[in-house]
Design a protein around this ligand. Structure first.
Ligand code: HEM
Length: 522
């Protein structure tokens, strides 16, 4: 027995305990290091692979795709001590993110979204009960059109989009921006977007971009001591950005939500996800329950943050595709004229009879992926894969760009070829973009079917009524097309100089007479 008054016994005991602890740590360390980390480019001391990534001169997803040819489809990188795994093929993404969903479904908790008040967003939550509840609500309302009858709203908004193009074709990006924004505002809050400067759309836009920007403040995670610096200290403007973020986060969650609630009290609210949720809460005795209300407000705000810019980018890609590959527009118009005719606008009922339009919508999600690395995951525990060790807390990025551009699966991947998806086409039986462009497994995008519907009705009504061509410059040559922002998690596309012309006076008249949502916006 150790006497507490006998220092020498105490020292011996402490020495033994320390040795045991060190031994166990050493064993643990040895146990970990028995298996190698997955292969990857050589890491430098301290910075790891940071310099190779920063100086590659290519978007990160393309560099990672190149590296995978040398090191295999599971790449291990380190950035200033932070472990990172990039998965470059569909099969391996399925092996890890889907089949091992219990390990690979969490998200890293970056500092900036948390200190700027965006920690509630579905897309940044770890795999917790809160996340599962939020996803449950979103899936219920967005996996099928049934509950919200959202196709009706999408159809009206797509006609509204055409009206905008008729009035001011040169502002096509603005009209494309209003398309998902208005449909989401109506589906989620029953809010009719009236003007271009609708304050709620502006608020949601600003908040969505702020959230994306905040993910760029990764240095706060790499150098966590910076978070203890006072606001007056040079180089700490992130505090200001965070303060603005907190204000935006509060407003985007509460303003429209409260407006809808007030309209419900006066009986003027239009049916929406919010009115349905509040109605259900009232029926189950949860009306006015603060926690439930916070959750509804979070989920509602999330739809716009996640769905606005992403869907806008997909629509802009569709327009870019027909500008770059004009034959596809001619083929689409030929199909619409044959199936729908020229006496009316297309509707959802035409969908199954327009295989080429459907193939265009499939191909556009592959041709220019909107989210090239989906959203980051992190491992919630150590894992072993193909004899490699993947430590707990590793950042995991599925390389969606690499999957979509694999020439062995999709020949000539940089070409926009809708026919590859048609019966008898080279990719008829291949993995479809809905299975990677929207992420994977337990965190797959809950808005994916809403987007598919939106793209179909947009493509069908736009191509039915407009010719879209590249503009010619002073030298008589087509003005070069604009490209994508390759430094953002969403690959925004800039508008190109181009011409939208109604296909005929009859087409213009159909647009004018169409049942859009409301009065002209600009
Ligand atoms: C073209 C449009 C869109 C694209 C390309 C897209 C893509 C994605 C991707 C890649 C993810 C990450 C999934 C993962 O980690 O595996 C995601 C997550 C998410 N998306 Fe979408 N999305 C789009 C539109 C929408 C819409 C309209 C909604 C509205 C409901 C939405 C709601 C969400 C939410 C809430 C998440 C987070 C899910 C989670 O973390 O569990 N998205 N989306």
């Amino acid at each position: 027995m150790i006497s507490k008054y006998n220092p020498s016994s105490l020292h011996v005991a402490l020495g033994c305990a320390t040795s045991l602890l060190l031994l166990s740590l050493w064993r643990k360390w040895r146990g970990r290091s028995k298996l190698p980390l997955p292969p990857g480019p050589k890491r430098l001391p301290i910075v790891g692979n940071l310099l190779q990534i920063a100086t590659s001169g290519k978007p990160f997803w393309e560099t990672a795709s190149e590296w995978s040819k040398t090191y295999g489809d599971v790449l291990y990188l380190e950035v200033v001590g932070f472990p990172m795994v990039i998965i470059n093929t569909q099969d391996t993404v399925s092996e890890l993110l889907v089949k091992k969903g219990s390990i690979y479904s969490s998200r890293p908790r970056y500092a900036m979204p948390l200190i700027s008040g965006f920690g509630w967003t579905t897309a940044t939550l770890p795999y917790t009960a809160q996340l599962r509840r939020q996803r449950g609500i979103l899936q219920k309302f967005f996996l099928t059109p049934d509950l919200l009858n959202y196709t009706e709203v999408q159809q009206r908004e797509s006609y509204e989009f055409l009206k905008g193009l008729l009035r001011s074709p040169e502002k096509y990006e603005k009209h494309a921006h209003h398309l998902p924004a208005s449909a989401i505002m109506m589906n989620v809050y029953g809010h009719e977007v009236g003007t271009d400067d609708d304050p709620y759309v502006q608020l949601a836009d600003e908040s969505g971009r702020a959230l994306i920007d905040h993910l760029g403040y990764i240095f706060l995670d790499l150098l966590p001591w910076m978070q203890s610096l006072p606001e007056w200290f040079p180089g700490t403007n992130f505090w200001q950005v965070a303060r603005k973020g907190r204000e935006l986060s509060h407003r985007v969650r509460h303003e429209l939500y409260s407006l809808t609630k007030n309209k419900m009290k006066t009986g003027t609210a239009k049916e929406s996800m919010t009115t349905k949720l509040l109605g259900e809460a009232a029926n189950t005795g949860k009306a006015n329950d603060a926690e439930t209300e916070e959750e509804f407000a979070d989920v509602s705000a999330m739809v716009f943050l996640a769905g606005g810019d992403t869907t806008l980018t997909a629509v802009m890609n569709l327009i870019l595709a027909v500008l770059q590959f004009p034959d596809t527009l001619r083929r689409a118009q030929e199909e619409i004229d044959r199936v729908v005719g020229t006496d009316r606008l297309p509707t959802f009922e035409d969908r199954e009879n327009l295989p080429y339009i459907n193939a265009m919508c499939t191909e556009v999600m592959r041709w220019e992926v909107v989210g090239p690395l989906a959203l980051p995951r992190c491992t919630s525990q150590d894992d072993e894969f193909r004899g490699y060790h993947i430590p707990a807390g590793t950042l995991v990025l599925p390389n969606v760009w690499s999957i979509a551009n694999n020439p062995e699966v999709y020949p000539n991947p940089s070409q926009f070829k809708p026919e590859r998806w048609l019966p008898g086409g080279v990719n008829e039986k291949s993995v479809r973009p809905i299975n990677y462009a929207f992420g994977f497994g337990r965190r797959i995008c809950p808005g994916r079917f809403w987007v598919e519907h939106m793209l179909f009705i947009t493509a069908a009504s736009l191509f039915a009524t407009f010719n879209i061509e590249r503009a010619l410059g002073a030298n008589g040559k087509p003005v070069p097309l604009e490209g994508h922002n390759e430094w953002s998690i969403v690959r925004f596309v800039s508008p190109s100089v181009c011409k939208f012309t109604p296909r005929s006076e009859k087409a213009a008249a159909l647009i004018r007479e169409a049942n859009g949502s409301i009065a002209p916006r600009d």
